[in-house]
Design a protein around this ligand. Structure first.
Ligand code: ZN
Length: 180
């Protein structure tokens, strides 16, 4: 039984083209996942049974000044795909852990440091400044999820062409939400 990834159930799945939607055009980059806007510290749970294959830092002020430090957790789901739970503040699992659907794995982080966002920040970031500084960034990969690549940074892809193993998670998430 798949579980909605947040205990905060009113998070909305952005529709195609909306802020935070999959492959949203952000000017010089495209969005690799969907953003589920949720209050900071909302509980993040695993959608499926699976194995934690990676836990790493995702953002930090050393990389981009308007970022706070957050982490990503990649789970190889038993159904075969890889889920990347991004922009979490604290991870409660480690690489190699076997987990079950609905298991608490972390908390939503506040990825954006509003004090550091100014006119030089990308437009989509300025739009999020007051409204949505915290979110779960969720990616879905068929195989070989990418976290380190010259065209990948902070959940965005700096090219027009989409990586072939990256999947749009919108329908996957909708199918879970329908069953809630
Ligand atoms: Zn995102």
């Amino acid at each position: 039984m798949k579980k909605w990834p947040l205990k905060y159930q009113s998070a909305k799945i952005p529709k195609n083209g909306e802020p935070g939607s999959f492959w949203e055009d952000r000017g010089d980059r495209h969005h690799c996942g969907v953003d589920l806007y949720a209050p900071e510290s909302s509980e993040v749970v695993s959608i499926e049974d699976g194995e934690v294959v990676e836990v790493e830092e995702m953002t930090s002020p050393e990389i981009v000044p308007h970022w706070n430090t957050t982490f990503h957790i990649i789970v190889r789901n038993d159904s075969g795909m890889f889920c990347k739970y991004g922009e979490v503040s604290e991870n409660l699992v480690n690489k190699g852990d076997i987990i079950i659907s609905g298991q608490l794995i972390g908390y939503v982080g506040k990825v954006l440091n509003q004090e550091k966002i100014d006119h030089s920040s990308p437009a989509y970031i300025q739009n999020l400044k007051a409204r949505h500084p915290s979110m779960l960034h969720l990616e879905l990969w068929k195989n070989n999820p990418i976290t380190v690549h010259r065209q990948y940074l902070g959940g965005n892809w700096f090219a027009e062409e989409k990586p072939e193993n990256l999947v749009d998670p919108t329908e996957y998430l909708r199918s879970i939400q329908d069953k809630m």
